[in-house]
Design a protein around this ligand. Structure first.
Ligand SMILES: [Zn+2]
Length: 394
């Protein structure tokens, strides 16, 4: 038997480096804030069963009246599911549509093994599925967002710019969604949020260093969209959504040229495209060709002409991207060729392209620009301010 000592040493070395990196970037962080600006994040939607652990004394309150229904010391891997006429938590059946779990300490709540700060609301929806909303201070929330949006090893000024953009986006959403069940989702369609489990030392430091700072335009909050890589020019928001503001008008960006996402290639079967379009409500037959009908000044496609056995169909490029899958078709800046029932996409950039280009921010910070300058570049005419309760929204 022979042992390859070189290999063993190589992997030991890798393990040491990995441990070192975990130590530097994953160290326990102090990311606790007293409740002041609460955001409500839907962390689980449409669940039929959840596993709940609470590592602190806690109360279960009625969601509509705040009346105490139960007081417990600890909860260990209790199954939460819709009951006969309410919500079952462990053996107890609460005959009510919604409860709030309020632990004495924070973070103490674990949902399906993931740790969360603040309190959670569990709501039984009309279709008998469960919605879980995490309520916590906006600063604590951003601590759980940054790790998913950027890497903890990024330059501190780029991390701070990302923290400010994420905070502004969250506070904007908490105001415009006040009448809804929650302010934010925790998916790629909103801001990806992973709770306490996703906090890292350097990202939490960026949150602390930029505490309470938000971007405003004319003293109002606006949706500070951002995306991974624009590949040359950011997108005008009004090309995608019903919002038209100077900070979201789009601008040239030469900073992200060396981003790992500046180019992408993807092979997608025409069958997958047809199915995606059908699901999104388009009537399409067997696809024969996909033509680019229009591009805008940022280089992005605005409309595609899809020729199928059912004739020609003009499809908005962004709707096409969402229908096939936003992480399959990474951007609407591409060329496409069809061969043997396969579509070969050759594209540039990643994301919708509106607002801050994250990899552009990375290279700006590398060049010595600070967070304020980075944000000023990607959101022209915006102003960096301390958040105030009085701010209105666009
Ligand atoms: Zn860019």
């Amino acid at each position: 038997m022979s042992i390859n000592l070189g290999k063993v040493l190589f992997f030991l070395g890798l393990a040491f480096i990995a441990l070192g990196l975990i130590f530097i970037w994953g160290a326990e962080t102090s990311c606790s804030w007293a409740e002041s600006n609460i955001v409500r994040v839907a962390v689980i939607t449409d669940a039929t069963q959840i596993e709940l652990t609470i590592r602190s004394p806690y109360q279960i309150l009625a969601l509509n009246t705040n009346e105490e229904l139960y007081k417990g010391r600890r909860l260990w891997r209790a199954k939460v599911a819709p009951g006969e006429s309410g919500i079952k938590i462990g053996k107890d059946d609460f005959k009510i549509y919604g409860v709030r779990i309020q632990p004495e300490k924070s973070p103490a709540i674990y949902l399906d093994g993931r740790k969360f700060r603040g309190t959670i609301d569990i709501v039984r929806q009309p279709d008998k599925r469960l919605l879980v909303v995490n309520r916590l201070d906006v600063e604590e929330y951003i601590c759980g967002v940054l790790y998913h949006e950027v890497a903890p090893w990024w330059p501190m000024e780029a991390l701070k710019a990302q923290a400010i953009a994420a905070r502004s986006f969250a506070l904007y959403q908490s105001r415009v969604n006040a009448h809804k069940d929650y302010d934010l989702e925790s998916s790629v369609y909103s801001q990806v949020y992973g709770g306490r489990t996703s906090e890292r030392g350097r990202t939490s430091k960026a949150v602390r260093l930029s505490k309470n700072k938000v971007l405003t335009y004319k003293n109002k909050l606006f949706p500070t969209f951002y995306h991974a890589t624009c590949a040359g020019h950011t997108e005008k928001a009004s090309n995608l959504w019903n919002i038209n503001l100077p900070p979201l008008r789009g601008r040239e960006c030469q900073f992200c040229q060396r981003s790992p996402h500046s180019r992408w290639k993807k092979k997608v079967s025409l069958q997958d495209i047809e199915e995606g379009l059908e699901k999104a409500g388009f009537k399409v037959g067997s696809i024969k060709s996909i033509e680019i009908a229009d591009r805008n000044v940022s280089g992005r496609i605005t409309a595609l002409e899809i020729i199928s056995t059912r004739g020609g169909l003009r499809v908005d490029a962004n709707r096409f991207r969402l229908a096939v899958g936003p992480n399959i078709i990474r951007s609407t800046n591409f060329t496409v060729q069809i061969k043997n029932r396969q579509a070969y996409f050759d594209g540039q950039g990643w994301g919708h392209g509106v607002g801050m280009c994250q990899w552009g921010a990375f290279f700006m910070a590398r060049k010595g620009f600070n967070a304020g300058q980075i944000l000023g570049y990607y959101y022209p005419e915006s102003k960096l301010k301390d958040f105030s309760e009085d701010y209105e929204t666009f």
